[in-house]
Ligand binder design. Sequence first.
Ligand SMILES: Cc1cc2nc3c(=O)[nH]c(=O)nc-3n(C[C@H](O)[C@H](O)[C@H](O)COP(=O)(O)OP(=O)(O)OC[C@H]3O[C@@H](n4cnc5c(N)ncnc54)[C@H](O)[C@@H]3O)c2cc1C
Length: 387
Amino acid sequence: MPTGYWETEHLLRPADITVVGAGIVGMSTALHVKRARPDDRVRLLERSPLSSGGTTRNAGFACFGSAGEWLDDLDTVGPHALQELIGMRANGLAELIGLLGAEALGLRWTGGWELLSSSEADTRLMDRIHADWKTLQDLAGDPLHAALGDLHPAAKAGPALQWDRDRAEALGAAHAIHLPWEGMIHTGKMVAAFHRALDQAGVQRLHGVDVKGVSPSPNGWALDTNVGRLDSHRIGLCTNGLAAKLVSGLEVRPVPNRVMVLRVAPGTLPEGTYHIDRGYLYMRTLDHQHVLFGGGRHWGVELPLPPARDEAAEAQWDDRLLAASGHWVPSEEVTHRWTGWLGVGPDRRPLIGESQPGLHHAVRMGGMGVAIGARVGRDLASTLLEA
Ligand SMILES: Cc1cc2nc3c(=O)[nH]c(=O)nc-3n(C[C@H](O)[C@H](O)[C@H](O)COP(=O)(O)OP(=O)(O)OC[C@H]3O[C@@H](n4cnc5c(N)ncnc54)[C@H](O)[C@@H]3O)c2cc1C
């Protein structure tokens, strides 16, 4: 493959632009490119039936970080880059809403909360948050207002962070910080909306195509795949954590994250999104009887890359998640468990560039791809169109 006349002459003839990886970034890139140049042949290749990274497996937070996460970033990248990062997330969400529409995303501006316990680590974190409160408010407030001021009902509420004693009391937390700009999407609806938009725009979306390597060819690039060689003038690589397998030297690696859905007594958790342990743990309401609880990558449990599995390690991770969730929401049953994969690197900034002429990449979304993915896709599309 492709060997038949209809395949080589038409269906799989060389593309103008091939995007590899149908996650949020790849789908946004392909959509932007095709909408800008309807006559170009734009192909989107994905190795799995839906997607196998984070895009169909995330928690659906439409979020920009929390005080605890921002302090980590402040220490690693400094105030300027942190503000840029918050701006990218806020702009990314605005971009996603513009691409697909708030209703199609199942977007709800519920607000989020950062919960702090009375543990030693959280008490230390609390002291730091107090000390840097104004800095954080200033750094986050401006980009949130600038990007979402016209879209968000919280725009009038003003600050990025607010103490919330009632929520702390309701959940037995030592402190709760309200994040009024935060919201949640329905991840399944977002992916379905992307698929509709891509099909409508005329992007050729091929699932089940695993790209094993890319190499320069006289007319651009050749992609070596499980279904044979495919040609393209340019390539946009959006394979996130796995990108270094195709372009060596990219500073990104795949990291697993575990998630579970808990059935709880009705109304156990007030509607919203919640950050715990500087965002390494998180929970959100799905409906009044189901809570999604996940995270724990800071525990360092290792899992093999799919399709391999280590069920003992998964069970160990799940036991820890269940114990952690029990602190906040007593559950009656675990109804779903799964692993998703993140692309991470030395800091939380995405990696966008061109490693060789015509071979572009946009990877390393960290745990924030829902927020920044569409914006990163737009940036990659612009460079692909300029090339
Ligand atoms: C459990 C979990 C919870 C998360 N929660 C949130 C959240 O609440 N809010 C938020 O903003 N972000 C969240 N994230 C992060 C977010 O989901 C990711 O940052 C985002 O989905 C990354 O999108 P992407 O397009 O870069 O990569 P991916 O979604 O990983 O997509 C890359 C695609 O490339 C495909 N691919 C890889 N290699 C090849 C190849 N060689 N050939 C063909 N295809 C290939 C993969 O199958 C995959 O579908 C979460 C992530 C996880 C794992």
